[in-house]
Design a protein around this ligand. Sequence first.
Ligand code: FEO
Length: 407
Amino acid sequence: MKKIRIADGIHMLTMNVEDILFEGIWEIANGVTLNSFIVQGEKTAIIDGVINWDGIPETLYRNLEEIGVDPNDIDYLIVNHMEPDHSGWISNFRKIKEDFTIICTDKAAKMVSSFYGEDKIRVVKEGDTLDLGKGKVLSFHPVPNVHWPDTMYTFETSTKTLFSCDMFGTFGRMGEHFFDDELTDEEMEFFEFEGIRYYSNVMTTFTPSLRKALEKARQLNASIIAPGHGPVYRKNPNKIMDDYYRFSQYADGKGKNEVTILWGSMYGMTKKAVDFVEGILKREGVKYNKLQMPLESDSEMVATVFKSAAVIIAAPTYEYKLFPPVAAALDEIGRKRITGKTAFRFGSYGWSGGAEKELKEIIERNNMKWDFIDSVEFEGAPKEGHLEKIEKAVLKLIEKIKDKIVE
Ligand code: FEO
């Protein structure tokens, strides 16, 4: 755990967490940070706690003491969001201190009570404030459905610091650099993809609510944005807000100038056409990503499809339906409400088709509104005529995404 001074009387405690499935689902290849913030006036508040994933907060207590905060002197636990990566330490804290007040929205209060049995709760609404003394005044701003209904921002008015919890967060471990102005170009690139991974894995289903939360953040005109996961933005807080707006567009079908080939092949017939398509994309100078299912993690698959303006689905018929690992991947993308992508499918069949029918069902069932170029199916191996049709479709795909590129 690291202790970082954000401003006078404001500290961040942060730790990297690795080797976990985030939300019990997402295999995060590069870990994630959990950030907690301490605001000290005459009274002391902690905004979102941070503990080891095993639920042991002793490290937190020791680090608090090292920045001059006796855990027993904490008066307020501010729960911006009840999900246990931020609130899981409350029950343990109760063991060392009796008298504290939890501050949260009404929706969070219900969960804090049902998850942890707490009842000394002050429910706050838009614009409510808490004066900690010595000039430190916190205001509270609910941002429902980011990504749970209980979420709120806490804003420290004297330093204009926005504690945004999950909003503006990113996956990815932090090394020795914690602020945007310290990040190297390589680290900036790292957090660009890890931000996309985070948004697409955890947040994208709630994109309309995130856009409202983004508007609220802009109105607060913060000088510092301090999220619950990832770096703190003090040099250019607008950048992460602009990035989040861009990510929200990826949810609606825009994307980077990249093509993702989401593919699977039983005995190499569909793969022959995948190899052919790779040659076309190389020849045309188009950046592409290959995701062979079921070998990719869901985290990587969702993030990569999400950020791409175009998707090529290459999958055969399997038992009268779409090759199951690719069907499952598309269903997951649909559940995440990633809509409007420009797409093209091809694939092999043996004694019968059926893949195409299931593809249409998945797209319709999830209301994905993807813009498809006519599919190409082939019996057994692709023949010359099939490859010609596939080449035409790929060139059309590249042309079609030109007005959908947002980098
Ligand atoms: Fe970082 Fe929704 O928890």
